[in-house]
Design a protein around this ligand. Sequence first.
Ligand code: ADP
Length: 250
Amino acid sequence: MNAVIAAENVTFAYDDQPVVKDVSLTVEAGDFLGLIGPNGSGKTTLLKILLGLQTPDTGTVELFGTDATSFDEGTRLGYVSQQSSEADTTMPISVREVVRMGRYAHAGLSPLGSDDHRIVDDALEQVGIVDLADRQISSLSGGQKQRTYIARALASKADLLALDEPTVGVDADSRDAFYDLLHELNEAGITIVLIEHDIGVVTEHADTIACLNRELYEHCDTERFLETDALERAFSSARAARSTGVASGD
Ligand code: ADP
């Protein structure tokens, strides 16, 4: 088995509100996984659990074959959260400096050498933002910022990229170009886990789909997923839960 992420029977509740229920999910090296489901269905929470950023109440998660609680190769994970762009808008920092952070994360306390600077330049080039390198990150558009965070992950040599709604507020052309970039990175061997609310976009780009409404409704190849009624069931369960005021999936 070549699993990048292996989660077994993962459960999580905020206070006593169950948000992730008995989810078992494996992400293989090279996968491009789309994580979909209604609003509030636990996608972000599950993603954080899968990345070892949130500890489940029960169940286990392995990252690259190591228990997530003792996983210490954080540079292998690139996580672009919904909050990423908000954090950097208040910091006077250039695009190149943000990307260098990825390299610093990798180099530890050692000063960056010429190899590190080359890797930073390559990462900027790979995501197509060389011309933005000296701009302040706060001056960039949403799509340009997302590229910067991806470059930071590439500079730290991440081989798993997890993105939570990366194209919210990004115009349609930039969004297409952004997904082309994700495809290229995936082709180059980077495993991708993506939360995206636009189901059409996910099914167009992801090779496998995990459909969630607190519990996992389906996890399979996109082609097969489109033949199932998992999405319908997940949304109708969420609607039913909203109308009764009961946590969905109960
Ligand atoms: P999604 O990403 O599918 O929209 P989330 O994982 O963000 O779902 O949230 C799942 C549920 O957990 C929602 O009902 C949300 O309100 C709740 N929730 C999320 N974060 C917190 C938190 N920090 N404290 C309490 N409840 C939370």
